[in-house]
Design a protein around this ligand. Structure first.
Ligand code: AMP
Length: 457
């Protein structure tokens, strides 16, 4: 059997790949208006970065990370040797840790500087059990803002994300925005102890995993999908009853900004999200219908300790990531139309092989002008070339035969108006040469102007 893509991965075939490109462009445009600039970091990092940043006890790090290892190091391990920490690598399960590492490494927020605002897009890798909306390689777009702890950053980020969803076509009324505060080093330890005490008191109702969580990371139990655990955790102490004054003020200010911007949100004190680095604001956007259990299309929060965890100076931060594949599912669930694919302007058809060289040169003239199209590359019959041009939706077909070539002409057919006219090749090339060219970005003729100029309207 022919080889297949690995389980949990998905090829983005041309239509989907074009939509991914469009999706990234819209995100970069919307986020760019808020001052976010692009950054690209490696798809693999030292495993330690994720262990220290995301937290060893999280599912993402303890179970779902893909390790990357060179052949040489694999051999060493098989022979009972060890590899240095810097050679222990993992594919990134999320984008924040790598971006924060880059910010620290390149000192992008020097003392006293304005916050740095960054946007990234690319694949993430998690060894999860694949299902609809849950893949092992998936694409995220995310932003990170480092260097400011004001609640306005959190609110602006959430507002910007909701604006992006609306711009890409996900109806706001089909989403729910959940918000919570995770507290800080001052108030969370006491809260964690309260949750642990509560879990200990209900230990016989919890699954084995949650019993283990109670010991190492009790707040993770809020994410447990086991219905019995969910029922127990429903009545667990609420973080919002344990916030210190500073965290409460910060949380209140975020909510005031959101309300002021006209956004409705639901406070969910059980929202803890799967990663350890969050402090204060956390939020998630869910699609309310048609997505099943994998309905979170984006989420994030504040991480004021992360820069220190990865070895930098204290630098507050806020960020979010949204899942591309889940957004596509949300768009499909909402019955949204995907943008039409790029129009095809021209097709150059050859009557026989003797005219191929000149046909190629005419095609180049169209392309140099910036128009979109092609010619036959398989020696097809004229009839089948017309069929192909029709399938491609070409607005114009330039037909070249030996007689025309002798006369220095080519027949231009307007496929929409069903009109055609023989024009001089030199005149056509001369007209087209006024457009496009170097550098890219010069004006491109409208196909109707081409017909007008050549009088085949
Ligand atoms: P997280 O980093 O877990 O907060 O994820 C951010 C967003 O990425 C989620 O809201 C999802 O939309 C998406 N996402 C996370 N994990 C997966 C996955 N395994 N497959 C597809 N999308 C995912």
């Amino acid at each position: 059997m022919a080889l297949q893509a690995p389980e949990g991965t998905k090829d983005l075939l041309p239509e989907e790949a074009k939509f991914w490109t469009h999706f990234k462009a819209v995100a970069t445009d919307v986020f760019g208006r808020y001052g976010y600039e692009p950054i690209e970091t490696p798809v693999f990092e030292q495993t330690d970065l994720f262990v220290r940043g995301i937290g060893e006890a999280t599912d993402v790090v303890s179970k779902e990370m893909f390790t990357a290892i060179s052949g040489e190091n694999l051999k060493k391990l098989r022979e009972g040797g060890t590899v240095k920490a810097k050679s222990r690598l993992s594919l990134r399960p999320e984008g924040t840790a790598g971006v924060v590492r880059a910010v620290v490494q390149h000192d992008l927020v020097p003392q006293g500087a304005a916050p740095v605002k960054l946007v990234y897009a690319g694949p993430m890798f998690r060894a999860e059990r694949p299902q609809k909306g849950r893949q092992r390689q998936f694409n995220q777009v995310g932003i990170e803002c480092l260097g400011a702890e004001e609640p306005s950053v959190d609110a602006e980020g959430i507002i910007m994300l909701m604006r992006f969803f609306a711009t890409i076509g996900i109806p706001v009324e089909s989403t729910a925005l959940l918000v919570n505060s995770m507290g800080c080093d001052a108030c969370r330890p006491a809260y964690r102890d309260a949750v642990k005490a509560y879990m200990d008191a209900h230990a016989d109702e919890l699954c084995d995993e949650c019993k283990r969580r109670a010991e190492i990371n009790p707040l993770r139990a809020f994410d447990c999908k086991n219905p019995a655990c969910a029922a127990v955790m429903e009545h667990a102490p609420k973080i919002t009853d344990h916030l210190c004054d500073d965290c409460r003020d910060h949380y209140d200010a975020v909510k005031t900004y959101l309300s002021g911007a006209g956004l409705s949100y639901v406070e969910d004190p059980k929202l803890v999200r799967g990663l350890d680095y969050y402090t204060r604001t956390v939020f998630e956007v869910q699609v309310t219908e048609g997505m099943g259990s994998q309905n979170a299309i984006g989420g994030g929060g504040r991480y004021d300790k992360l820069a220190e965890e990865v070895g930098g100076r204290p630098t507050p931060g806020f960020g979010f990531a949204l899942g591309y594949e889940r957004c596509v599912l949300a768009l499909e669930a909402a019955g949204c139309e995907f943008p039409a694919t790029q129009a095809c302007d021209f097709f150059v058809a050859c009557v026989d092989d003797s005219v191929r060289a000149e046909a190629f040169s005419i095609m180049q003239a169209f392309r140099d002008a910036g128009l979109t199209g092609d010619m036959d590359h398989q020696g097809r019959s004229l009839k089948s070339q017309f069929k192909l041009a029709g399938k491609m939706g070409a607005a114009l077909v330039a037909v070249l035969g030996p007689d025309e070539l002798d006369r220095g002409t080519v027949t231009i057919r307007n496929m929409r108006a069903h009109r055609e006219r023989e024009v001089e090749i030199a005149a056509l090339k001369n007209f087209l040469s006024c457009f496009g060219g170097e550098p890219y970005g010069a004006p491109i003729p409208n196909i109707d102007d081409v017909f007008g100029q050549l009088e085949v309207e």
